[in-house]
Ligand binder design. Structure first.
Ligand SMILES: NC(=O)c1ccc[n+]([C@@H]2O[C@H](COP(=O)([O-])OP(=O)(O)OC[C@H]3O[C@@H](n4cnc5c(N)ncnc54)[C@H](O)[C@@H]3O)[C@@H](O)[C@H]2O)c1
Length: 249
């Protein structure tokens, strides 16, 4: 029970095979009260049906500042406090440089950077009220290697931006006992690419991973639990690589 008495907000927690849903389950198993945030109403509805432990769901587009603020304040009101944020909502695209129009660029950046920034900005005052807390930002190996697995330049830009943002938050908020860390997952065996990655492509990627396989949402949830709990009480500004050895630096 590493999170007994804690309240955790998890964005992008709707998708059935996603990191966010797996993390919400694990946190609830560890005694946390969890708020699942997503803009996919059907996925949230499904999460509500299958989630047996206490939780609440919130329909919110994280890239919309008004919605982000209102949702976080509502969560704080409903639960009485916020201790943990898992900034996980994200979108990806394999478009090449000549194919990326302004709308697609904005969609990736608005979700992955602006959305993560604004949710964190809205959560910080609530963490302060608690005298501290933990934020975990989900980046990607694409931000470290320059994409190349599935996400391309706009995605890599956004995920590298998240690494810088998490470090800057960590530096600024450390004196207030708010720890901020990032996780850089390698490729997972889930539906992040919405069916665009075939079994053959997955096998090819796995063959390049030193551990010889893709990761699982559960393994990412485990990393989130470590960084959100007191098990990592002296760690802030770090990037945790969860990639089976694909990027060792
Ligand atoms: N799956 C992978 O291979 C992989 C690898 C590296 C990094 N990541 C990162 O992990 C995070 C989670 O990915 P996943 O694999 O669970 O993907 P997923 O597609 O299963 O889950 C992402 C969730 O975010 C939600 N979302 C997207 N835009 C949103 C918005 N504007 N507002 C609210 N919710 C929104 C989606 O509805 C979905 O439920 C992402 O940030 C992704 O970039 C994933």
């Amino acid at each position: 029970m590493l999170l007994k008495g804690k309240t955790a907000v998890i964005t992008g927690a709707g998708a059935a095979q996603g990191i966010g849903r797996a993390t919400a389950h694990l946190f609830a198993e560890h005694g946390a009260e969890v708020a699942l945030v997503d803009y996919d109403k059907a996925a949230l509805f499904d999460a509500g049906k299958t989630f047996m432990l206490p939780h609440r769901v919130y329909d919110c587009d994280v890239s919309n500042r008004t919605q982000a603020r209102a949702t976080i304040d509502r969560i704080a009101e409903d639960f009485g406090k916020i201790d943990i944020l898992i900034n996980n909502a994200g979108v990806v695209s394999p478009s090449l440089i000549d194919e990326i129009d302004e709308a697609e660029f904005d969609h990736i950046i608005d979700t992955n950077i602006k959305g993560n920034f604004m949710i964190a900005q809205a959560v910080v005052p609530h963490l302060r009220k608690q005298g501290g807390g933990a934020i975990v930002c989900i980046s990607s190996i694409a931000g470290q290697l320059g994409g190349g697995v599935f996400g391309r330049s706009h995605y890599a830009t956004s995920k590298a931006g998240i690494l810088g943002m998490a470090k800057a938050f960590a530096r600024e908020l450390a004196p207030e006992d708010i720890r901020v860390n990032a996780i850089a997952p390698g490729t997972l065996d889930n539906d992040f690419t919405k069916g665009r990655m075939t079994a053959e492509i997955k096998a090819k990627i796995a063959a390049n991973v030193p551990m010889g396989r893709l990761g699982t949402p559960q393994e990412l949830a485990n990393a989130c639990l470590f960084l959100a709990s007191d098990m990592s009480s002296y760690i802030t500004g770090a990037t945790l690589d969860v990639n089976g050895g694909l990027f060792i630096h």
